[in-house]
Design a protein around this ligand. Sequence first.
Ligand SMILES: Cc1cc2nc3c(=O)[nH]c(=O)nc-3n(C[C@H](O)[C@H](O)[C@H](O)COP(=O)(O)OP(=O)(O)OC[C@H]3O[C@@H](n4cnc5c(N)ncnc54)[C@H](O)[C@@H]3O)c2cc1C
Length: 288
Amino acid sequence: MYYRLPQFEYLRPNDLHQALETIREGDWKPLAGGTDLLLDMKNGRQSPKKIIDISRLSELRYVRTNDSRVLIGGGSRLQELLENVIVKEKLPLLSSAIYEMASWQIRNIATIAGNLCNASPAADSAPPLLVHGARVKLISSSGSRTVPLSEFFLGPRKTVLSNNELMGEIDVPLLEGYYYRYYKIGRRHAFTLSVVSMAIAVKIENGIFSDVRIAMGSVAPKPVRALNVEKELIGKEAKTVEITKAIDLVSEDISPISDVRASAEYRMKVTKFLLKESLQESLKYFWK
Ligand SMILES: Cc1cc2nc3c(=O)[nH]c(=O)nc-3n(C[C@H](O)[C@H](O)[C@H](O)COP(=O)(O)OP(=O)(O)OC[C@H]3O[C@@H](n4cnc5c(N)ncnc54)[C@H](O)[C@@H]3O)c2cc1C
């Protein structure tokens, strides 16, 4: 079958100010790398009449850091984040997730804001950012607002973003002294969408789980934290707590479905297996 793009009005602003002034009125759809949007337009899932191409806005491409956080411009390409020393050193979970995303060619044009704003339950950058408790800065011509990423997603392809806003920045607090692990289970080893993805960060102090952060993709209508599992573990003695009982609570955190990639049962089974493996590994890490 041959897919064609429908006709649309196209504008490529020179700077961020012009972009924000433009989207203030009318229904302009932002196009960054186009690796999600153009496919949706070709298969008829979306048919915006006006496209604003934000791919060349240099104001949205940066990585900055201080002692407590990393700030990532929304227009940063996935490949530049993968090659960025700050991301590599300070955000290993995000770096691992991006390493397993798509291919070099796609990562060279795809942006991190595009991955988040597309709001796919399988968006691979989301679990690591949720584990860090990241917040996103949504900017418009009248100012900006900051929203926790956990409140940004409303459901598949739905977010709190308004028509007149762009995702300008992702603010990622640093986590120090944690055991980290990122998993992506797909139907192939590489170049595939997740069947289950998981990011986990665990801290054990004086033998107690002082913090446990777990986030998952492709197992619910949106990327989610496993808050019930986290709550069951935090404050408990790490060596004696009933890990299996805590893990079983994940069925209250996620609601996997069966689709072309995997069955709901398989997703649930894999999720529990990954939780068990990573929690056991975290014990070994702190008692090495
Ligand atoms: C072959 C292939 C493989 C892929 N593999 C993976 C994978 O392994 N893992 C994965 O998670 N994804 C994967 N993807 C999906 C896609 O590449 C990513 O989601 C990518 O990060 C999207 O970024 P983009 O810049 O291309 O977004 P676009 O397609 O340009 O935009 C996506 C959506 O975000 C909106 N948007 C973009 N930027 C902004 C902004 N700054 N502010 C507000 N709205 C904005 C757009 O309006 C649109 O609704 C794959 C895609 C392809 C084609």
